[in-house]
Design a protein around this ligand. Structure first.
Ligand code: MF3
Ligand code: CO
Length: 275
């Protein structure tokens, strides 16, 4: 055990099973919000859907009250990259791209995931941006290996985005360890050289979350203390999953199929528990 990295939480299989329950609540909430996304719907309406999904599941929110955060989702439209606060004043319109980020706690164990949804028909370039970001998330997940180094994930995400087009990779924010808290060690960059950082081990869980822009990757935070926007006003996309590392492969806890389809498509055998 490398003592420099001794702070990464190791979960038992029973604990990972609870994280799977939390992950399925997150997946259900994201699917319901995505289905509700339409012109005229507000981001506060989407937050209400997520609150109902939590209540129905007997789960609690990872976000509400986190450093004073006032909602259960982050809803980040167009040039808002992440951490947009839902509002009744925030009305969706045709052509919008919205990142929906949602976290749930079941018996103390967290799940965290995000999707980017399209409101009505969007500009093909906007759809391509979101697709590139989503693909980079799965390419990053496919680089998760027990015994492999953390930065192999970062490298795979960056390589994937660079291979998709001339996009900005947001560097001020990244993924994170997750388990008995939403944000834990280690921080996971969305870029970098492979072969660095701690070795991944069975029992670890990580949230991988690339953020990609159509223009400059530079971001700034609004005076609400939360909303992160692109400095140049360009569109942004954001996708995230929570992934557990088991001794027989990864298990994407926030994907309804456990990640089986996307992992197999990349030649990676998921954990038997995922299927
Ligand atoms: N879920 C976000 C992330 O992916 C963090 C949300 S911050 C909060 O890491 F305050 F909204 F909770
Ligand atoms: Co996260």
């Amino acid at each position: 055990m490398n003592r420099r990295h001794a702070s990464i939480e190791l979960k038992s299989l029973d604990e990972i099973a609870l994280m799977r329950e939390a992950g399925l609540v997150v997946a259900r909430g994201l699917a319901e919000m995505q289905a509700a996304c339409a012109p005229g719907v507000t981001t506060a309406d989407l937050d209400a859907i997520a609150r109902r999904v939590l209540a129905d599941a007997g789960a609690s929110s990872s976000f509400l009250g986190y450093h004073g955060y006032p909602a259960v989702i982050c809803a980040s439209v167009n040039d808002r990259v992440v951490h947009g606060i839902p509002s009744t004043a925030d009305v969706l319109g045709t052509g919008d791209l919205i990142s929906l980020d949602f976290g749930a706690i079941v018996e103390g164990w967290h799940g965290d995931a995000a999707i980017t949804a399209e409101i009505g028909p969007v500009d093909p370039a906007a759809a391509a941006l979101s697709a590139a970001c989503r693909t980079s998330l799965w390419d990053g997940i496919a680089a998760v290996r027990s015994g492999g180094r953390l930065s192999n994930i970062s490298h795979a995400v960056e390589r994937s985005i660079r291979g998709s087009g001339d996009y900005g990779i947001v560097t001020g924010y990244g993924g994170h360890g997750i388990g008995s808290a939403m944000h834990m060690d280690p921080h996971i960059l969305n870029h970098g050289k492979p072969g660095r950082g701690p070795r991944l081990e069975p029992g670890m869980a990580v949230a991988i979350e690339p953020m990609v822009t159509m223009g400059s990757p530079a971001t700034r935070e609004l005076t609400d203390g939360w909303t992160v926007v692109t400095v140049d006003g360009s569109l942004a996309a954001h996708w995230e999953h929570t992934v557990a590392i088991l001794d027989d492969g990864p298990w994407v806890l926030t994907a309804p199929d456990g990640g089986v389809a996307e992992l197999r498509a990349r030649g990676v055998q998921p954990s038997a528990r995922a299927a």
